[in-house]
Each structure stands twice: as structure tokens, then as C-alpha cells.
Write a protein that binds this ligand. Sequence first.
Ligand code: HEC
Ligand code: HEC
Ligand code: HEC
Ligand code: HEC
Length: 206
Amino acid sequence: MRAVLLIAGLAAFGAAALLLAGCQQDPVSPPVLKITEHAEAANPNAGLSSERFIGDAPRVEVTGYPDRPRFYALARTPAIEKFPCTRCHTMPLEKMRTAAGAPRRAHWDVTLEHAPAAVMTCATCHSPEAPNSLRTLQQQPVDFDHSYQVCAQCHNRQASDWSAGAHGKRVGGWAPPRVVYPCAQCHNPHHPRWETRWPAVGGRQQ
Ligand code: HEC
Ligand code: HEC
Ligand code: HEC
Ligand code: HEC
């Protein structure tokens, strides 16, 4: 009876079923039975998880890619030393600014070498009124932990590749949950280009 049921179930698998049907005389060996049970379990990944390799680094669920299976990006705010920005930005920017020509009073280390000045200024991504979040070209606020949404507006192709796992880096193992580096983990948004470098040659590097 069990063998009949088994064959009926396996028929759906086409060619694979033919192979297995050859073994139906013998009682099903435990490993095959186990695999079948796992395949039918509610968790399609048979209970495998990358969780212990990812550790407890804070992460956020990536939004805006409804066609992709759910995935996560490491949170950036814990890594941004000057966050929250409102520690200093307690008044309108005009009042904080030094007079034109005078040395800057903050962010000496931030210089924009990204796109031509006609295309991009600080205010393209930062909101002078609400410095604790970024913003889109349509002035919609974007959390620093979701800064990939800001990049994706202009770098649609790379962002799409990234959402599919073809650009960037995945953390942990191949089992779920899928957690990736956000764009800002690798690219400094203020000068995002990578230096040109020679490929490493084993044993011959200086
Ligand atoms: C330690 C204090 C401090 C912190 C923290 C701080 N800022 Fe500022 N920020 C300033 C001051 C002061 C200025 C005005 C600088 C000037 O023009 O002399 C400024 C200016 C700016 C400007 C305008 C620069 C320009 O040239 O137009 C931007 C944009 C900005 N800050 C973004 C941020 C963001 C985003 C954060 C948080 C991630 C942040 N700041 C955190 C002190 C701070
Ligand atoms: C292309 C979008 C973009 C532009 C243009 C831009 N920023 Fe940023 N900025 C970001 C993002 C994204 C972060 C968060 C980076 C991270 O996650 O580490 C950030 C972080 C910062 C920070 C906090 C980290 C730090 O380096 O101190 C400051 C301050 C800041 N920006 C100031 C500025 C100023 C001033 C300008 C103009 C000269 C500017 N930004 C232009 C996207 C931008
Ligand atoms: C408003 C549109 C805009 C936004 C937003 C934007 N970029 Fe860019 N980005 C550009 C332009 C324009 C260039 C210059 C392209 C060129 O020189 O050919 C550029 C250049 C780059 C480059 C170098 C490309 C190359 O071919 O070497 C990288 C990397 C990059 N951006 C990453 C980012 C990241 C990461 C973010 C988000 C923090 C971001 N960009 C946000 C418009 C944008
Ligand atoms: C794991 C690190 C990493 C992450 C995460 C990452 N990039 Fe890159 N990106 C790279 C490297 C490495 C290159 C190649 C640089 C080179 O060839 O000079 C690159 C190249 C680029 C370029 C240049 C054009 C190209 O396709 O080669 C753009 C634009 C860019 N990335 C945007 C993004 C955006 C937008 C995101 C987030 C959606 C992102 N990157 C996430 C590492 C990363």
C-alpha cells in the first residue's frame, strides 16, 4: 500500500520518478524517506539557517523589490560616528554655516567627488531641514539604514543586480535569511569610485 502511494506521488516528478520507481520493490531506505519528508515540510529550506554565521549585526529588511524573495541589508546607522546628526544640527543650516570663504567648522573630511556639481550637491541626498535622514530626488525622506534607495534612483542597473545577488556581497552562508552589504558598506557615497588597482599576482607582489 505504501509503495503504491509512493509511486503515485513520485509520478509527478517525471524522469526522476522513473529512476526511483526502479527501487520500489525494496523498502524505501531511511535517507530517501527523510529527504521526502523535508521537501514536504513547511520550511522549504529543510530547517537550514545561516543565522549563526551572520551573528547579531543589526539588519533591516530591504524594501522596494517586490519580485525578489525577502532579503536584508546590514544596518548602517551604528557605523556612522556622526549619527544622530541632530546632536549638532539643532538650528537651520544657514545659521550654522561659517561666512563664505572662512574655513568650514565641520565635515572637513567630506568632499564630494561623485557626479558633476551641476548634477549633485549635498542637498541632492541630504535634507538640510531634517539631517537625520536622507531624501530622494522627490524630497521623500529615506532612513540612513535604507540609503540603497537613494543610490538606486540613479544607479538602477547596479541596484537591480544587487537585489538579485549579482553585485555586492552576501553575509553568512547560502541558507536563509539572505543578508547583504548595503551600497554604503563598500562605496563611500561622497567619492564612490574604487581606486584602479593591479590584480594580485601570487608571490610577486611588492
Ligand atoms: C559635531 C557636530 C556635527 C554633527 C554630529 C553633524 N554635523 Fe553637519 N554640520 C555641522 C556644522 C557646524 C556645519 C556647518 C559647517 C560650515 O559651513 O562651517 C554642518 C554642515 C552640514 C552640511 C552642509 C554642508 C555644506 O557645505 O553645505 C550638511 C549636508 C551636513 N552638515 C550634514 C550632516 C549629516 C548628514 C550629519 C549626520 C550624519 C551631520 N551633518 C552631523 C556640524 C555637525
Ligand atoms: C549621493 C548622495 C550623497 C551626497 C551627494 C552627499 N551625501 Fe553625505 N551621506 C550620504 C550617505 C548615503 C551617507 C551615509 C554613509 C554611510 O552609511 O556610511 C552620508 C553620510 C554623511 C555624513 C556622516 C558621515 C561622515 O562622513 O561624517 C556627513 C557628515 C555627510 N554625509 C555630509 C555630506 C556633505 C557635507 C555633503 C556635500 C559636500 C554630502 N554629504 C553629500 C549620501 C550623500
Ligand atoms: C542623482 C543621481 C545619483 C545618485 C543619487 C547617486 N549617484 Fe552615483 N553617480 C551618479 C553620476 C552622474 C555619476 C558619474 C558617472 C560618470 O562619471 O560616468 C555617479 C558615479 C558613481 C560611481 C562611479 C561609477 C563609475 O563608473 O566608476 C559609483 C560607484 C556610484 N556613483 C555609486 C553610488 C552610490 C553607492 C550611491 C548612493 C549612496 C550613488 N552613487 C548615488 C549619479 C548618482
Ligand atoms: C561588496 C561591496 C559592494 C557593494 C555592497 C556594492 N558595490 Fe558597487 N561596486 C563594487 C566594486 C568592487 C565595483 C567595481 C569597481 C571597479 O571595477 O572599479 C563596483 C562598481 C559599481 C559601480 C560602477 C559601475 C559598475 O557597474 O562597475 C556602480 C555605479 C556601483 N558599483 C553602484 C553600487 C550600488 C548602487 C550599490 C548598492 C545597490 C552597490 N554598488 C553595492 C563593490 C560593491
